[in-house]
Every structure is written in structure tokens, then in C-alpha cells.
Design a protein around this ligand. Sequence first.
Ligand SMILES: *[C@@H]1O[C@H](CO)[C@@H](O)[C@H](O)[C@H]1NC(C)=O
Ligand SMILES: *[C@@H]1O[C@H](CO)[C@@H](O)[C@H](O)[C@H]1NC(C)=O
Length: 489
Amino acid sequence: MVVYWKEILAVLVCYQLYCVEGYCNRKTYRRPHIVLIVSDDQGWNDVSWHNPEVLTPHMDKLAKQGVKLENHYVHPVCSPSRGAILTGKYSHRLGLQFGSIIPNEAKFLPESATLLPEMLKEMGYTTHMTGKWHLGDCKKNLLPTSRGFDSFTGLLRGAGDYFTRQLFGVYDFWENETVYRPQEGSYNTDLFTQRAVEIIEKNNPKTSPLFLYVPYTSPHSPLQVPQKFMDMYPNVINPARRRYLGMVSSLDEGVGIIADALEKSGHMDNTVFIFLSDNGGNTDVGASNIPLRGIKGQLWEGGSKSVGFVYSPRFFKQEGCVHEGMIHAVDWFPTILDMADFNKDKKRNMCGTIDGVSQWTYIQTCRGSGREEFVYQIDDYVAKSAAIRVGDYKMIVGDPRVVDFSFGPTGNISIKLVDPNNNDIRLFNLKNDPTESNNLASRLPDKVKKMKIRLDELRKDSLPIEFPVWESNEIGSPNNIVSTEWCSV
Ligand SMILES: *[C@@H]1O[C@H](CO)[C@@H](O)[C@H](O)[C@H]1NC(C)=O
Ligand SMILES: *[C@@H]1O[C@H](CO)[C@@H](O)[C@H](O)[C@H]1NC(C)=O
């Protein structure tokens, strides 16, 4: 008799995921408000609980009273991570496995993907976003308000000047689908915070569950911050590091103001407050991932291991703890839906369509994990490299550095592939060797063989990337505003 263990396991996992705890037949459930704050390029060593030099008292307070996520992973750059968070799918299943979306590139989160805010809206949530989108902007139906958000205030692309709101001379700041010009000289980080506070104050905490997504651009370059935040670091000599840390502290101030607004408006008692970084820090522009190896964009731990915490007065009974269970960016989609009680009343089932698993039970109890493996990134098309994790082991195939961008003065970009022909295999036991200094590949050939088989299974559903796809000469266009209607794909 053939026993289909995988199928049996899948059924058990699906059932367990959505029907345990006696919730299945409950009629009413008070859906919590969910606030998801994502920082941009904040390194592992750039929060106070990893590095006392960093001043993040507001995050620190929430993290201390909540659950610190110490084994939390994302993809190595912005667009893939944001795509994974909002869809529950790995970047290679979204066609986003190579790099971030760069200006004038006709690349975007597939229109067929269902996004977290769309699901939450269906469940009665009001959904708002303020911050950076970076999941495609070359036509109107790719913008946040077409993809599940009731409102959007912020930038569509990957970065921009914090005061002029331009990138390479092109203006990028929006309210919903209209160009928006805030008061001159105002600082983007403050604008996102203010907008978040307005949304919170306008919402009725008793009748309207709120999903608020705040992907700040801080502390991503350009390194710009009001002087008072730099003055917090008189002993930091490296000017880039000093500016960068000032940006981290201005971000922290924003987190504190948002938390305050949630308290004052009566939301906080019923809120789940999530904070994470979208990828590792870029040490070329002030960040630090010490003691991890590598930086943003790379397959080393420094590219993908992300700081994070969850705070919730309603759901967490114990005061503060450190969660060591493995979590990946793709898990936020089912985890947040689980918080909102998805499926427990309607018995819907997402198993098989997404890569994430709900970690909600494990976060609440502060132990364990719903997964024992994950994908750092699999790119069979451009960089031709991959890294996966199974238990304590990590295997990197190909060049761990992936890609080298260089930007010209007018915003023209040249992309130098590091080495798509590199076939090196690296194997690390991260439990014993968290800094990836001891390559075990030649000593453990059986392990490598097994992981290669797993990698081949995981890469099967890759969506191809067409890259680069240049369709626009919009830079330098007469009105110098990001155009949202130019790609033909
Ligand atoms: C953006 O959308 C929200 C929600 O529909 C609305 O309240 C707001 O007025 C809109 N803003 C603009 C500038 O259209
Ligand atoms: C950008 O364009 C200029 C002018 O054509 C050229 O000299 C420069 O090398 C380009 N830079 C990059 C990074 O492609």
C-alpha cells in the first residue's frame, strides 16, 4: 500500500492551522486592530536591544512588554520582502526574485496575487497605508488603492529625498492616486507618522477593525535627518553612522507617537502591533549587522535576518519574552489573517496557495514555530543563485553577493551581475556557526545532496523574471513627476 504521507501531513497541518482551539464554531469574535510597521534597511545591530549604542526607547519599551522575534527572516531586498509580506508567497513565486524594482522598470507584484489588505477588507477591516509602496507603479491598477488599501499616502518607488520628495529629479509623493505636495521642507518620516495618527484618530475603535500598514523609508539612504536626532549621538565619529543612527531614532520617535495615538484613542487594548525591518542593513550607508556576515542584497545572514517584535496587551499575558522560533516574511500573511480570525468562522482554506504558515499560536505562547525550513531566495533566471534553510543548516548555491547596482547622475542604472556562473556550494550549521565562517559542504556531502533535492522541489514553481524591462524614457519628462501610466505589459 502506498501511503501518501505528504498529503496526510498537509491535511493535518491545514486542519491544525485553522481549526484548533475550539474557535471553529464561534459566532462572534472581536477582531483586533492590526498595525504593521516596517522599517527600511534597518540592520540587525541597529536596535537598542542588540546594541546599547542605538537609542530606540519607544521600540524598546514595546518590545520589552511584547515578544521579541530573534529568529525572524525576510528576503534580502525591499520589493521581494514587501511582496512576501503582503501575499504570503516567496519572491521566486512572484517573479520578484532578482533585486528590487528600480525606477522605470516594468516589474511589479503580479496582478493575479491576492494581497493581505484585500483579504482583511473582505472581513470588515478598514485598510490604510502610509509610507513606501515599491511593488510596481507603471500603471494605475498596480497602485495601493487598487490593491486593497482604502487610502495611501507616500511614495511609490524605492527611495527619495526626505525633504524634496524627488528621486533623480523626479517627484514621487502621492495621496491615493493623485500627486500630493505636503508643506515645503517637511520631513517624510514625520509625514508618515502624522498621517498614521490622523487615520487612528478618525477610526472608531469599537465598530471598525483597523489595518494600518506603515512602511517607513527610514533609515534607508539618502541619509537625511533633522539635526536634533544627530545630536543624540555626540560620540559617534563616523558621519554616515551618526546620520543613520539619527534616522533610526527619528523612526523610533514615530513608533512612539503612533503607539501613543493608539492608546489615547482607545485602540491599543485591542491592537496587535507588529514591527519589523524589510531586510538587513547596508553598511555602505551607515548600517550595521554585527555580528552577522554580509549586508542588504546578499544571501548571507546579514541580508535576511531581520529585527522585529510584536506587542499586544490583549493577547500576550506574560510580560516580555524572546521568541526563538523560525519565522519568515511569508508567514505574516496567514499569521495576520489568523489574528483576525480568518477561517475560524468561514472555514476557508489557503493551504497550497501560499508559502506562509500561521505563527500566531507560537508567537502568543512565545515558543516553537510552524516551520522548519525557508527560502532566502531562489533566482534561476538572472543571478542564478539560491539559499535555503532546513533546520539548523543553510545552503548557499552560487555567488552569495547576488548583484551590484551602480547609479549614474541622471538616475541611469547599470546592473553588474556578480557572477551567474559561480557554482560554489556553501553549507553552514547556523546553530554552531551563526556568522557563517565554517563551510561544511565538503565534509557533509550527504547533507548537501539532501538539501539540493529540497532546493529542486522548492524552485519548481518559480515564475520567470524578465529583466531588465525598460519601457520608459520618463526620467527628464516635462513635468518631472513619476508617471503611473506607461507600461504596456
Ligand atoms: C483618499 O482616499 C480616502 C479614502 O477613500 C479619502 O478619505 C481621501 O479623501 C482620499 N484623498 C484624496 C486626496 O483623494
Ligand atoms: C549614466 O549615463 C552617463 C551618460 O551617458 C554615463 O557616462 C554613465 O556611465 C552612466 N552611469 C551608469 C551607472 O550607467
